[in-house]
Design a protein. Sequence first.
Length: 190
Amino acid sequence: MSLGSLPNVFDPAFASDPDSLTKLAHYPSRPPQVGGEQGVGSHKDSGVLTHLLLESASRGLQVQGLDGQWIDAPPVDGAFVVNIGEVLEVATDGYLRATPHRVLTPAGASPRTSIPFFFGPTLQARVPRLRLPVGLRAETHGISHDESNQLHSTYGDNMWKAKMRAHPEAFARWHTDTPRPAATTTHLRN
Ligand SMILES: O=C(O)CCC(=O)C(=O)O
Ligand SMILES: [Fe+2]
């Protein structure tokens, strides 16, 4: 996992007060006649790694391939779904890419419960950017660049950005005085 760096390269970022979170997510059933959309829109997780526990009959999770196509990701018995988060994409210079994913709950869908575990470092920690060995560097396209989604190597900044985007009304109401991610944060480019 350290991709040519020392095996403990990430340890300091997780050493004190790592900000991991386990969430219990419930998606109610949808009678066939109820329109609209429900679920989770397309996004990438903002942290390092997510371990997602799904019920064995769970449906609706999709991941996006490099060609833009959405692919069903049904559960595998006895296994977690593992999502690469944006901070890990930054740390590996895009060798590991944050996986866009979404949850669909079409009309008629059964209720769904999932348990994601977001494995995150200390909020203030700047996660080190690895120096990839030449062979691996040849296989990476670098960090994805999107003006509307800046990536930050400090986990707290990256997570805050994602929260602001996911909950604009709450931020407009309760966080009018909240600064955006620190000005010192690097805006990473390819
Ligand atoms: O419920 C799921 O299967 C995925 C949820 C998710 O992507 C998230 O909470 O970030
Ligand atoms: Fe997610």
